[in-house]
Design a protein around this ligand. Structure first.
Ligand code: ADP
Length: 216
């Protein structure tokens, strides 16, 4: 599926999104008031334009209203971020993702109807803190209601053991799949014996996952 995404604000956050979406073969329009930021990215995305996102006429001329998604990644200038969000929210088609700087900004964006509000530094801070405490966790997704999907490395202790040894069911946890080198073992077979470097994708509540993490 190919989407057209407009990224407003091409600082570190916005340009990373724009470049990664391009890697994922999406059409990306980048907008920034700063010409050097636009020049830096111009050769790498579909279209990069020097423009002020507070100007509705300019946004329409650029076809922003036809985008599937608009990401408002304006940094420190909260007023510009709010105004750009307001303008883009008046366009029926695009979903609007906005980077929030703080709690007050978040509340305003919520009232304006932003479809997704992200706090990249806060979210990255949480991930880094958790990675420090749980080095065996490769990645995780919060599913809400205290449920997490986590990807963990099997420790040396598990090598040669079967999944039964972990007693996952009794601990309220499901193993969704095992990653063995390039191979995905789905569903995980009861008699499969762990090898060094295997990774498990587990589903459970945070407290259950914490309990089981000692045995992984
Ligand atoms: P970060 O690097 O944390 O993502 P920055 O503050 O460096 O954040 O980047 C925000 C970008 O948003 C800057 O390149 C800035 O020029 C751009 N910007 C600010 N106001 C507007 C606006 N009204 N229209 C378009 N781009 C804007």
């Amino acid at each position: 599926m190919k989407c057209t995404v407009t990224v407003i604000g091409l600082g570190n956050f916005g340009s990373t999104i724009a470049l990664e979406l391009t890697n994922l073969r999406q059409d990306v329009i980048g907008i920034d008031t700063n010409a050097s930021r636009v020049n830096d990215i111009a050769d790498h995305i579909s279209q990069a334009v020097v423009a002020d996102a507070r100007d509705e006429r300019v946004l329409r001329e650029l076809g922003v209203h036809e985008s599937d998604v608009v990401v408002v990644a304006i940094g420190e200038e909260i007023e510009a971020s709010i105004l750009a969000t307001l303008l883009v929210k008046s366009m029926p088609k695009p979903k609007v993702w906005v980077k929030a700087l703080n709690h007050h900004h978040h509340r305003i964006l919520e009232k304006l109807g932003a479809d997704q509000i992200v706090h990249p530094e806060h979210e990255m801070g949480l991930r880094v803190a958790r990675a420090l405490i749980y080095p065996e966790v490769v990645d995780y997704i919060s599913l809400g209601n205290d449920y997490f999907n986590v990807e963990v490395r099997a420790s040396e202790r598990l090598v040669g053991q079967t999944i039964d040894a972990l007693n996952l069911d009794a601990n309220g946890i499901r193993c969704l799949l095992i990653k063995h080198q390039e191979q995905i073992i789905l569903p995980p077979l009861d008699h499969y014996k762990f090898e060094f470097g295997d990774q498990l994708i587990l589903l459970g509540t945070l407290s259950n996952l914490r309990k089981i993490s000692k045995h992984l």
